[in-house]
Design a protein around this ligand. Structure first.
Ligand SMILES: [Mn+2]
Length: 430
């Protein structure tokens, strides 16, 4: 029996208030889609099976390099974090898995697994951390980790990643995400070639420790914390890594880790074409790696990314199963509300992409009818799919309006009474 964090009668009472309107809206949308030869039930069923993992670090309040302003009732550790993740899943029914970060979430794997099992949660990719120093570690990562000039520092970073695999293996994870902050702040500070050679050799050592049914995701990022050069700076370098390491190695695309105006959906298409798309860190950005809520700044771009994913699904691309994860920093909102909203925005982009008439689009592309091809995408994007999202949540036992239901439940003030206010702490942005 799954332990629930929000009382079932609260969800039922909130859903009762909205059920009649949802029925009307769902019927109206169903009629509209039927005229376009789309079966709304088939779309709803697909949406209900689309899941995105929540990052453990996302349920704490984030921060910037200037300051962090803690929220009330913040999780005190990984067990509180899992409780908060369970709330998000209970209301959205879209986030059954949590992505852990080691060492921040380091605990006895048996206790982690038991706590998650009780809440009906599983674990997505593990995340290692060699971009900051853990208390008591022998060698500092100030000048890099997997690409460090010092062999002992590299070895320490390799061993940390292997430990992440071991913890992940004990709790049912099947992937490791590696993001390093390695890079340089001054031209000449590091040798581009030598540092990438050292990185590749260290990653090969980690790769050797991967169980057969695991995948390793390398995550690129253009800049920050290094401000002149980054060892794994773009998707080209990322592709070289995945290709060099082997068939269990894939590229992870964090939507905020590109130069402004980069055509991310095209990168996604290329990685799919060459079998190296591992997964996503969903978020949104305006200027850099802002880690804003998914769909909050450029929802059309999110849709265009999903258009590529649905296209691949539609074509039946072999071995296509990207990991969907959220990676955000919530500085001014209740993190639970942001993650609920983001999971919905990600599902919204997926639902809209499912509405694209792919045969018609193909025809317009073939005929070089640019205007109508573009209109095929816009027609799908303009469709208000909220009734589909709400119906999928309701049928799975979630909330028709998850944020309103969360607020009605009083969960935050309830946990605030048990969780003392925290001070300071890192933003946990990766
Ligand atoms: Mn990320």
């Amino acid at each position: 029996m799954t332990e629930t964090k929000i009382a079932a009668d609260v969800i039922a009472a909130e859903n009762d208030k909205r059920a009649a309107a949802l029925k009307d809206d769902y019927e109206a949308l169903g009629n509209q889609l039927a005229r376009r030869n789309i079966d709304i039930e088939a779309v709803t069923a697909k949406v209900a099976e689309f899941f995105v993992a929540v990052p453990s670090w996302g349920v704490g309040t984030g921060g910037t390099r200037f300051a962090r302003f803690p929220g009330t009732g913040e999780p005190r550790g990984i067990f509180d974090k899992l409780d908060d993740c369970a709330v998000i899943n209970q209301l959205t029914r879209a986030t059954p898995n949590v992505s852990l970060h080691i060492p921040w979430d380091k605990e006895d794997p048996k206790r982690l697994k038991a706590h998650a099992d009780a809440l009906g949660l599983g674990f997505d990719a593990m995340n290692s951390n060699t971009f900051s120093d853990a208390p008591g570690q022998s060698h500092s990562y100030k000048y890099g980790s997997l690409s460090h000039t010092d062999a002992a520092t590299r070895q320490q970073a390799v061993e940390h990643n292997i430990e992440c695999i071991e913890i992940g293996n004990a709790i049912g994870s099947k992937a490791l995400t590696v993001w390093v902050g390695d890079g340089s702040n001054f031209p000449g500070q590091s040798n581009f070639t030598r540092s990438f050679e050292r990185y590749l050799a260290a990653m090969a050592d980690i790769y050797k420790a991967l169980p057969d049914d695991w995948r390793i995701f390398s995550e690129h990022k253009m800049y920050e914390p290094a401000f002149y050069s980054t060892v794994v700076q773009d998707w080209g370098t990322n592709y070289l890594i995945a290709n060099t390491l082997g068939e269990k190695a894939f590229c992870l695309v964090d939507l905020g880790h590109h130069a402004p105006n980069t055509n991310i959906e095209m990168i996604v298409a290329r990685l799919i074409q060459f079998g190296k798309l591992g997964g996503f860190h969903f978020n949104d950005s305006k200027y850099g790696d802002d880690d804003l809520d998914a769909g909050s700044i450029e929802p059309y771009r999110l849709f265009l990314v999903f258009n590529e994913l649905v296209d691949a699904e539609h074509r039946g691309v072999k071995g296509f199963h990207p990991a969907h994860m959220i990676d955000q920093s919530h500085n001014v909102t209740d993190p639970i509300e942001s993650l609920i909203s983001s999971a919905n925005e990600i599902r919204r982009a997926y639902a809209q992409a499912l509405l694209v008439d792919r045969a018609a689009l193909d025809g317009y592309q073939q005929d070089n009818d640019a205007l109508m091809a573009s209109d095929m995408l816009k027609r799908a994007y303009r469709t208000d799919v909220e009734p589909i999202l709400a119906q999928a949540r309701q049928l799975a036992g979630g909330a028709i309006d998850p944020v309103a239901t969360y607020r009605a439940s009083g969960y935050r003030s309830h946990v605030a009474a048990k969780r003392p206010a925290s001070v300071g702490g890192s933003g946990g942005i990766v």
